[in-house]
Design a protein around this ligand. Sequence first.
Ligand SMILES: NC(=O)c1ccc[n+]([C@@H]2O[C@H](COP(=O)([O-])OP(=O)(O)OC[C@H]3O[C@@H](n4cnc5c(N)ncnc54)[C@H](O)[C@@H]3O)[C@@H](O)[C@H]2O)c1
Length: 411
Amino acid sequence: MKLALIGAGQRGRIYADYAFDHKRAEIAYLVEPDEGRKSSAAEKYGLDEAHVFNSTDAFYKLGKVCDAVIIATMDRQHYEHTMGALELGYDILLEKPISPVMQECLDIRNLAIKNKSKVMVCHVLRYTGFWSSIKNIVESGELGKVIDIQHNENIGNFHIAHSFVRGNWRNSDISSSLIMQKSCHDMDLLTWIARSRVKSVSSFGDLSYFKKENAPEGSAQRCIDCKVKDCRFDARKAYLPIAGNWPAAAISVDQSKTGLMKAIETGPYGRCVFHCDNNVCDHQVAIFEFENGIHASFNLSGFTNRMCRTIKIMCENGEIRGDDEKNEIEIIRFTSNGMQAPYIKKYQPDVMEGFHGGGDAGLMEHFLDMVEGKSDENLSAIETSIESHIMALAAEKSRVEHRTIDLSELR
Ligand SMILES: NC(=O)c1ccc[n+]([C@@H]2O[C@H](COP(=O)([O-])OP(=O)(O)OC[C@H]3O[C@@H](n4cnc5c(N)ncnc54)[C@H](O)[C@@H]3O)[C@@H](O)[C@H]2O)c1
């Protein structure tokens, strides 16, 4: 099988490397304008100049030259890159968000259906042992019907500073709102577990902390010029001790001390977290009413120590609790009184190798099987995945307009 990789950044390399390293596919073409990333990927996949492009315009002029494409460029590029690939009839692995713009999501879905292209959206959590186990427990009906859900996305304090204050997703004008960017995954989990579309949503949130009013005295635009002692956001503390690992790996191709210091001195990741051009929320809450009567509350926050998702699903006859970082699920059956010990079952699902609790690898296996025609299953098909995007857009609209949104307004 031949694949093309469009965008050889953090995400694109995970998927393409997986297919290549597991000898499931040849990465036959590469589109990447950044010189460092381009040469690193071309070397890994053994590509000569004729198979490497700076833009999709040049690549798409070849016509359909491989079996499928992986689109892992930035959020606001997905539309152009995906529509071009669909015009040529490619099957596509498409990074989330499909697009931050509703109409663009719909255009992509409609063209995919018209051209009979299979599009798998990278809602990687559906492919993890953890979340598929939660789904299976709910589907088994052993605790009765779901009544309501409490779900938390704990971003992690250093992670929000890296990605949503200094990094690629700091500003919704160049990427997406926080709830779309970080939590279209969570929206997808909620609608998947609830087995229903959302009817209405109320949401509140703000950028409360990472702004210049909170800059300590003596702070400067860049960490290297700062006079504040013991700042936990000092970029030298955040990146130098973890060279070679995420998120240090995201700030420079050169992971030597010199390479990282150069990125800190001159690049976006060396800026003071209180003096950036960020505008996305640092926390947001949302309450959903589903069409089938289930209610869900959702809390998305950068003010957590751990980076994980925690869920409590309250059912007619018991509750399910889960922590995806600890990979722990607890099933608790209700009793008749407080003295009676409840039945509690705890277990840890099997986890595949790699990031996102094995979801990246699981998704890639499903995608390759689908393109090879070994399986028809597409758990995160464009038609399904669009619902999470409608939820995120509606929640953001509610937050901005300070009102409850009836989703029929957006459908
Ligand atoms: N599924 C997930 O859980 C998950 C996690 C993180 C990020 N993402 C999404 O993945 C996407 C990529 O994120 P990333 O962290 O890999 O970002 P990145 O910046 O590391 O990668 C994007 C790459 O696209 C390249 N690029 C820019 N313009 C291009 C063009 N015209 N043609 C081809 N390539 C071009 C950039 O040079 C860069 O190498 C984003 O949309 C992001 O929202 C998804």
